[in-house]
Design a protein around this ligand. Structure first.
Ligand code: BGC
Length: 733
C-alpha cells in the first residue's frame, strides 16, 4: 500500500479506532468467554476495545492465528489486520542456546543463522514480530536476565545485535519466512542497582552513551523494526515516559523511525515509580514521549479518549503513533496478505526438522567454554569407563527460562546422546541428587521440587557406587532453569548446596572428575575449580544440548567458546567486568602496600575473565608487533601476532585485540576489545593474525562531550583473553 493510502486510511479512522491501534492485548482476550477479560475490565477496557486492538501478544499456531485474523478483520470497520507478536528468544520450537551462550561463541554470524531459523519456524506458525534481540549490556551476575544478553562487552554486543536483527528480518519484512525484530530494553535495563530486577538505574551520561547505547544503535542501524522500552528509571525518570530518552536520543540522535512499544505494563507502572500522578497522567506522558504501543497496561484504551477530547493531549500525537503502526503493518505486507507466512502444513514440516536440529547442535557446540582441563583430562579417551553423574544427566529441561514454546520433551538428553553417539565408551548413569536443595522455594514460581517420590538415599548411593566403579567421572551440575531469566535475581551465586555436597563426595571417591555446568549466569565456581580436574561451561544449550555435549566430551567436537561475561571470584566482586577504569592506586598482587585499591580477603581479578576459554590443544601467541610507532588521523597502524598450535590436535583459538588510551581528557578503561579473529590450526602450524587499527576505533566521549579521538599514546594488547598483558604502544598525532 502506498503512503498516500495509509494517510487516507488514518484520516478515515475514528478516534476509538485509532486508540485501538496503539493498544496491545493478550491473545487470551480474543478467546471467547475469556476469563482474562476480568482484570482488563477493572482497568476500564471494554470488549469493544479488545475488538479494535491493533496488535496481539502471546498467540501462536498457524491455524489459530489465521482464524483470529480473519474474524477480527471482518469485524474491524476498516479491516485493518492485526500484528501477532511473541517472545521468540532462543528459538521457536527448535531451541538453540540462550543468548549469553551465543555470546560465548564469538560467532555473531552463527546467531544470525539461528535467528533466521527461529523466524522460519515462527513465521510458519503465523507470527509477525519477535521481542528479540535483547542487547542490554550486563555486568552484574546477580541479575537473572544476564542470560538474555550476549554479555558485558560493548563491541561484542553490537555485533550480535546486528546479526540477530538481520537474521530475523532478512531482506524483506514482508517475506514469508521473516519476522520483525524488536530490540530491547531501551535503555540501560541491564544495570539495575544491586542486580535486582526492575530496580533503579543510575549511569553517568558518558557511561550510558559509551557503554549502554551502542548495541541498541547497532540494531537500529541494522534496520530493526521495533524498539521496546525498559521497566527501569534512567537517572531518575522511568525510561518508558522519558521524553528526552525516547524523542531526543532514540529518534533524533540514533535515527530510529520504527515502532516504539512499552514493556509489559510499563506505562501503568510509572505511577508506582512515583512519576506519573495517575493512569491518565501516565498515558499522557507515554504518548508525549513517543511510545506507540501500550503493551498490556491498558492505560491507552482507558485514558486517551478522555485526554484527547478534553484537550489535554493533542490528537496529532496519537496520529503519529498510529501512522507508525500502520507503516509497520504495511512493511510486514499484512495489507496484501494478512496471513503472511502462516501455513499449518509448513509449520509441521519445518519445526524441529533435521536441518534445524543440526543448526541448534552446532550453535550449542560453539557456545561451550572449557574453563579448566588439567592434564588434558578431556576429551574422554576411547575405552574409558565413565560415570555420568548428576541432576542434569537425564534432564530434558535444557532450554532456559525464556523458551516457553520449546518443549522439553523434544530435547535429547545427555544420557540419550551418550547411549546413541558414543558406543566405544562404557557409561554408567546416575542422578545423585535433585537440582535444588530440598525445600527450596523460588518466590513466585510455585513448587520447583521434582520427583519428590525418588528415593534420595538410593540415588545418592548409586552415584557413589558409579564413581567408585568408573575410570573417570563427569558430573553434570547447574542452576535450575527457573533461577535465571526475568525476576530471578540472586544474592548467592553458588551451585545449590546439595550439588556442592555431591561434588565433594564424588571427587573424594574418584578425583578423576570433570564438571559440566548448566547455568544462565556467571557463578561463583571456587568449589568446582578446587575439586574438578576439568570444567566445561555448557550454559542452557537447547534442544540438541545432549548430542552437542557428548560430541564435545568425546572429542568429536572441540570447545572453542570464550566467556562473554567475567565469572567472579565470589559475589563480593560483582559487578566485575574487564573494561574497568584505572584507579589512582592500582594494585598488582602481591604488593604489600596497604593503601592500594584492593580487597583484604579476595583478589581483584575474577576467577575467569572475559574472553577466556580453552580448547583441546594449546597455542602460543607471540609478542605484539606494530608496523609503525606513530599515526595521524586518516592513517592506520597494523598490529600483528604469530599464533602457533603447540599441541598435538588441530584446534581453534579466538585472538582478541584490546586498546588502551593511556592519558585523555577523561579517564579511559584499562582496556577495551576492538576486534577478534577466530583461527583454526593443525598441530605445529602457525599463522600471523593482523588487526588494522584506525582512528575511529580510538574515539570516545571526550570531556567536552564530543565523540572523538585525542592525540596521545595508545597501548595495543593482543591475546587469548582480556587478561592478556602483552602490549606495544603507538602515538596518535
Ligand atoms: C519482558 C519483556 C518481554 C515482555 C513480553 C516482559 O515482562 O520484560 O522482555 O518481551 O514481557 O513477553
Amino acid at each position: 500500500m502506498d503512503h498516500k493510502k495509509l494517510e487516507t486510511l488514518l484520516h478515515d479512522m475514528t478516534l476509538r479506532e485509532k486508540i485501538g491501534q496503539v493498544f496491545q492485548i493478550s491473545g487470551q482476550l480474543l478467546a471467547e468467554d475469556s476469563a482474562a477479560m476480568g482484570p482488563m475490565q477493572e482497568m476500564g477496557v471494554t470488549q469493544e476495545d479488545v475488538l479494535l486492538a491493533g496488535t496481539v501478544l502471546g498467540v501462536f499456531g498457524a491455524e489459530k492465528i489465521c482464524k483470529i485474523q480473519k474474524e477480527y478483520m471482518e469485524h474491524h470497520p476498516h479491516h485493518i489486520p492485526l500484528i501477532f507478536m511473541l517472545d521468540v528468544i532462543n528459538g521457536y520450537r527448535t531451541v538453540y542456546p540462550i543468548p549469553l551462550a551465543q555470546g560465548a561463541s564469538f560467532l555473531p554470524e552463527l546467531s544470525g543463522k539461528c535467528a533466521q531459523m527461529a523466524a522460519r519456524e515462527a513465521a510458519a506458525a503465523g507470527l509477525h514480530v519477535t521481542f528479540s534481540p535483547m542487547t542490554d549490556l550486563v555486568r552484574d551476575a546477580r541479575w537473572g536476565r544476564v542470560m538474555e544478553s550476549t554479555g558485558e562487552d560493548v563491541y561484542l554486543n553490537g555485533q550480535f545485535a546486528k546479526a540477530m536483527t538481520g537474521g530475523y528480518q532478512g531482506e524483506d519484512l514482508a517475506g514469508e519466512e521473516t519476522l520483525g525484530a524488536c530490540v530491547k530494553h531501551f535503555a540501560g535495563y541491564g544495570a539495575p542497582d544491586a542486580g535486582r530486577d526492575y530496580n533503579t538505574v543510575q549511569l553517568t551520561e558518558r557511561t550510558f552513551r559509551e557503554y549502554y547505547l551502542p548495541a541498541y544503535q547497532a540494531a537500529v542501524d541494522a534496520g530493526v523494526a521495533l524498539v521496546m522500552t525498559s521497566f527501569n528509571t534512567v537517572n531518575d525518570i522511568p525510561a518508558t515516559v522519558n521524553k528526552k530518552l525516547m524523542r531526543e536520543i532514540l529518534r533524533d540522535e540514533m535515527g530510529f523511525d520504527g515502532v516504539l512499544i512499552s514493556d509489559f505494563g510499563a506505562i501503568g507502572e510509572t505511577v508506582a515509580h512515583g512519576l506519573s500522578s495517575d493512569r491518565a497522567d501516565a498515558a499522557r506522558r507515554a504518548l508525549e514521549a513517543g511510545v506507540d504501543i501500550d503493551m498490556m497496561s491498558g492505560v491507552y484504551p482507558e485514558k486517551l479518549e478522555q485526554l484527547i477530547r478534553g484537550g489535554k493531549v493533542s490528537e496529532d500525537l496519537l496520529d503519529e503513533a498510529v501512522m507508525r503502526i500502520l507503516e509497520l503493518k504495511n512493511k510486514l505486507g499484512l495489507f496484501e496478505n494478512p496471513f503472511k507466512g502462516a501455513d499449518p502444513e509448513k509449520e509441521k514440516t519445518v519445526i524441529l526438522c533435521e536441518e534445524h536440529r543440526a543448526l541448534a547442535r552446532e550453535a550449542a557446540e560453539r557456545s561451550f567454554v572449557l574453563l579448566k582441563n588439567d592434564g588434558a583430562f578431556l576429551p574422554l579417551k576411547k575405552g574409558e569407563k565413565v560415570a555420568l553423574i548428576g541432576p542434569y544427566v537425564s534432564r530434558k529441561q535444557l532450554l532456559g527460562g525464556w523458551s516457553f514454546l520449546g518443549d522439553a520433551e523434544d530435547t535429547v538428553t545427555v544420557e540419550e546422546a551418550a547411549r546413541k553417539l558414543a558406543p566405544e565408551w562404557e557409561f554408567i548413569f546416575a542422578k545423585g541428587c535433585p537440582v535444588l536443595d530440598p525445600g527450596t522455594k523460588l518466590v513466585g514460581f510455585g513448587s520447583c521440587e521434582e520427583n519428590e517420590d525418588e528415593d534420595q538415599d538410593a540415588m545418592w548411593k548409586a552415584a557413589c557406587d558409579a564413581a567408585r566403579e568408573a575410570d573417570k567421572v563427569v558430573l553434570f551440575l547447574g542452576e535450575h532453569f527457573l533461577q535465571t531469566g526475568e525476576a530471578t535475581s540472586r544474592g548467592i551465586l553458588e551451585l545449590p548446596q546439595i550439588q556442592q555436597k555431591l561434588l565433594r563426595e564424588i571427587t573424594a571417591i574418584n578425583p578423576d572428575t570433570a564438571v559440566v555446568l548448566f547455568n544462565g549466569r556467571p557463578l561463583d565456581l571456587r568449589v568446582v575449580n578446587e575439586n574438578a580436574k576439568a570444567i566445561l561451561e555448557a550454559w542452557m544449550p537447547g534442544t540438541e544440548g545432549g548430542p552437542a555435549l557428548i560430541r564435545t566430551l568425546t572429542g568429536a567436537s572441540e570447545p572453542s567458546g570464550r566467556l562473554p561475561m567475567s565469572f567472579p571470584y565470589c559475589v563480593g566482586q560483582v559487578p566485575v567486568h574487564y573494561d574497568e577504569f584505572p584507579t589512582g592506586r592500582p594494585y598488582h598482587a602481591p604488593d604489600e602496600n596497604r593503601f592500594l585499591s584492593k580487597y583484604l580477603d579476595i583478589p581483584n581479578q575474577p576467577l575467569y575473565p572475559f574472553g577466556y576459554g580453552m580448547g583441546y590443544t594449546t597455542f602460543s601467541v607471540s609478542e605484539v608487533d606494530l608496523d609503525r610507532e606513530e599515526m595521524t588521523r586518516g592513517e592506520s597502524v597494523t598490529a600483528k601476532v604469530t599464533v602457533r598450535n603447540t599441541g598435538d590436535r588441530p584446534g581453534t583459538d579466538v585472538i582478541q585485540l584490546y586498546l588502551h588510551d593511556v592519558a585523555a581528557s577523561v579517564v579511559r578503561p584499562v582496556k577495551q576489545m576492538k576486534g577478534y579473529q577466530r583461527i583454526t590450526l593443525e598441530p605445529g602450524e602457525e599463522t600471523e593474525v593482523a588487526f588494522e587499527i584506525r582512528e575511529e576505533m580510538l574515539r570516545f566521549y571526550t570531556a567536552d562531550g564530543t565523540w572523538d579521538s585525542e592525540p596521545g599514546v595508545f597501548e595495543v594488547m593482543i591475546g587469548e583473553s582480556s587478561a592478556t598483558e602483552s602490549k606495544k604502544s603507538f602515538l596518535l598525532r
